[in-house]
Design a protein around this ligand. Structure first.
Ligand SMILES: Cc1ncc(COP(=O)(O)O)c(C=O)c1O
Length: 389
């Protein structure tokens, strides 16, 4: 706790990152500093805190913990936002009219909506690409500024070869952004693969309990950190102290939870693969997944999300979801409880239909977020629902 112990394991890092006793009382955990402003001794003479949009001790603790988890061996800077989308918006605000973004073609619908319906209004254009080997050189332009990767992607769980893509993007001076929400700092280390900025929707696994919305950006690059810090204060999409506290509390058990999410999802995916009612299955841990080999090299485990189609297309999917008892139909993922989502009408509905089809999505696709319940109970629930089809 005093920083002198070794932090070699992920669980130790989750528990101890930015875990400093509070100075006035010795409270073990950083309290919720519920204040908007701080008293100054004289004009501009203060204890380092002026106004809570700019700085808050609860937020600072979370920011430090996130930076330490993503970058255990090198200094890094974390910045928290009111949502994952607020974090992503902040990156778009680093760009100017005429700039160009290259993004993977299978990604969260809200990110596509932001790029195409908001950033586009400010003259920032986005090209989507599957980013298979050789694709990047086809779409790169003189005004390209950012390579945007989501890995694994939402909802098809494509794992991008971050090292190869980042190396090529860097040759052209692009900033490489990796939305690592599905992987968390436990399953993959994008900085070691060449990422400049890591994005998380902390709403998901990092918060982990489906009770808070948040987002973060982390960078090792000082110049980028200064730009993000300026935008965080100047734009002001900051999280409330209570939300930071909840996310920090979730983060303490992230490694434990990820172990369970991954073990259960892997076993369930293997069993679903053998079930005749399942017509298409996506899980990066299965050899049948198109990017399994990259996932094996790049990730420590394969995550807690499974996407699939069942017999009967969209109608079958609807029936299946209705029969499940432990998987609640809801947006979001990464919480302790299992959820089922229909990307076509829910999380990805904002993407134009053709673009969804082109990226490999279908109206029959469903996405499971495997929670930390007992795996056999989850399996029984899935089998019961499949048997009804
Ligand atoms: C991969 C990914 N990135 C970003 C977001 C946006 O995060 P938030 O909902 O916290 O704004 C989501 C939300 O589902 C997501 O799945």
């Amino acid at each position: 706790m005093d920083g002198s112990g070794e932090m070699t394991g992920d669980s130790t890092r989750c528990v101890h990152s930015a875990l400093d006793p509070e100075v006035t009382t010795g409270a073990v955990h950083t309290p919720i500093f519920q204040t908007s402003t701080y008293v100054q001794n004289d004009f501009a003479d203060h204890l380092g805190y002026e106004y809570a949009r700019g700085d808050n001790p609860t937020r600072n603790a979370l920011q430090r913990a996130l930076a330490e988890l993503e970058s255990p061996n090198q200094p890094a800077h974390g910045f928290c936002f009111a949502s994952g989308m607020a974090a992503i918006t902040t990156i778009s605000q680093m760009l100017k009219q005429g700039d160009h973004v290259i993004a993977c073609d299978d990604l969260y619908g809200g990110t596509v909506r932001l790029f195409d319906q908001i950033a586009a209004r400010f003259g920032i254009e986005t090209t989507y690409s599957p980013l298979k080997p050789g694709d990047l050189s086809q779409v790169i332009r003189e005004n390209s500024k950012i390579l945007w990767l989501e890995s694994p992607t939402n909802p098809l769980l494509t794992v991008h070869d971050i090292r190869t893509l980042a190396a090529e993007a860097k040759k052209h001076g692009l900033i490489v952004v990796v939305d690592s929400t599905f992987a968390t700092p436990i399953l993959q280390r994008p900085f070691e693969l060449g990422a400049d900025i890591i994005v998380h929707s902390t709403t998901k696994y990092i918060g982990g309990h489906s009770d808070v919305i948040g987002g973060c950006l982390i960078t090792q690059n000082k110049e980028l950190a200064e730009k993000i810090s300026f935008l965080q204060n100047a734009v002001g999409a900051v999280p409330a102290p209570l939300d930071c506290f909840l996310i920090l509390r979730g983060l303490r058990t992230l490694d434990l939870r990820m172990t369970r999410h991954c073990e259960s999802a892997h076993l369930l995916a293997e069993r679903l693969q053998e079930n005749g009612k399942v017509t298409r299955l996506f899980y990066p841990g299965l050899e049948s997944h198109p990017t399994h080999e990259i996932a094996r090299k790049q990730m420590n485990a394969f995550g807690g999300i499974i996407s699939l189609e069942v017999v009967g297309g969209e109608e079958g999917a609807r029936k299946f979801a209705a029969k499940l008892k432990l998987f609640a139909t809801a947006e979001s993922l990464g919480g302790i409880e299992s959820l089922i989502n229909h990307p076509w009408t829910m999380t990805h509905a904002a993407i134009p239909e053709k673009q969804r089809y082109d990226a490999g999505m279908t109206p029959g696709l469903i996405r499971l977020s495997v929670g930390i319940e007992d795996m056999e109970d989850l399996w029984q629930d899935l089998v019961n629902a499949l048997d009804c089809l």
